[in-house]
Write a protein that binds this ligand. Structure first.
Ligand SMILES: Nc1ncnc2c1ncn2[C@@H]1O[C@H](COP(=O)(O)O)[C@@H](OP(=O)(O)O)[C@H]1O
Ligand SMILES: [Mg+2]
Ligand SMILES: [Mg+2]
Ligand SMILES: [Mg+2]
Length: 307
């Protein structure tokens, strides 16, 4: 067990703890007491965000004390979280052969970005399929592994109905938990449902898209790219943060895709980086779609966000 490199063990633990966090998200909803707190304009937190984050951070920090773990929500009372401790590891991930370049990674080299519930607005409004739990693992400022868990995804396996699924990705290994599909035949853009503004709309108009999907969460939008439901994710606004993109970017790049800001630059995921992704999000599985979108965005709009 201890011969398994820490990065693989951490990804295996992240898959297990994301599953548990997803159950917490469902349980809070079925109890019906969301405990909504307004953090800022169009920015809410619920009991599900708080409890899921406590579960993830308590579980990972108990097993990996030297890793820097950064979560979206404030105020993690780790001391009374024993009921939430998840010490299991996903066996399929544990069996992965670690890429040579990641074998020597130590706990102190790793920064983990946690979004316990991505798509909170949609969660409170009943668009439950948009909700995800995101765990992003970065090394040397780059996202190398990630997990997107969908607590409300409905699977039918034989005669059993299973709720929830977990998608993972690891640099140089690939992705799992779903089937990668080619992009739609026509240009389909995916973007925010609940955080639009004039600049966001301007960047959508110039794309000449056949269809614009407005859905919640960075995790869900990246999943739409991976499953061939959308061609490009375009969000020309500073609202997303490092925990929104670290996990999804890791999975997207493990699948050969690309997530950058709207200027085409990669974000860095070191612990001292500022939380907001100030210059927006542009993502696609295919390089030509990404560069098409980049070429369509007017320079004034890029300058406006970069200011
Ligand atoms: N203007 C804004 N203010 C606050 N958060 C924003 C925002 N724009 C985007 N975000 C955050 O970015 C994530 C994806 O946004 P969207 O669904 O609009 O595409 C959401 O994460 P959370 O739901 O985890 O907070 C959302 O809160
Ligand atoms: Mg939030
Ligand atoms: Mg989020
Ligand atoms: Mg969140």
């Amino acid at each position: 067990m201890s011969s398994v490199p820490v990065l693989i063990r951490l990804l295996a633990s992240s898959v297990s703890v994301a599953n548990r966090a997803g159950k917490i998200v469902r349980d809070v909803m079925s109890k019906g007491e969301l405990g909504i707190v307004e953090k800022g304009k169009d920015d809410y937190q619920t009991e599900a965000d708080r409890s899921a984050q406590r579960c993830i951070i308590a579980s990972l920090s108990a097993q990996y004390p030297k890793i820097n773990i950064i979560g979206e929500e404030d105020g993690n009372q780790i001391q009374d979280s024993n009921e939430y401790l998840v010490m299991d590891s996903d066996q399929e991930i544990l069996a992965i052969n670690c890429p040579e370049s990641l074998k020597g990674v130590e706990e102190k080299d790793i920064v983990v970005w946690v979004d316990p519930l991505d798509g909170t607005a949609e969660y409170t409004q009943g668009f439950l399929e948009h909700v995800t739990v995101l765990i992003g693992i970065s090394v040397n400022e780059r996202p190398v592994a990630g997990v997107i868990h969908q607590p409300y995804y409905k699977n039918v396996v034989g005669s059993d109905k299973i709720i929830g699924r977990t998608i993972w990705g690891l640099q140089e290994v690939g992705v799992g938990g779903f089937t990668l599909a080619p992009p739609p035949d026509s240009l389909v853009i995916t973007t925010t449902r609940s955080h639009s503004n004039a600049i966001v709309e301007n960047a959508l108009q110039v794309m000449n898209a056949q269809q614009i999907l407005r859905v919640g969460g960075a995790g869900y939008k990246v999943l739409q790219l991976l499953e061939g439901k959308a061609s490009i994710y375009v969000f020309a606004s500073p609202g997303c943060k490092k925990w929104d993109t670290c996990g999804p970017e890791a999975i997207l790049s493990a699948a050969g895709g690309k997530l950058t800001d709207i200027l085409g630059n990669h974000y860095k995921y070191g612990a001292s980086e500022s939380r907001p992704n100030k210059t927006g999000v542009l993502a696609a599985v295919y390089e030509d779609l990404h560069s098409y979108a980049l070429s369509r965005i007017p320079q004034e709009l890029k300058d406006e966000l970069a200011k």
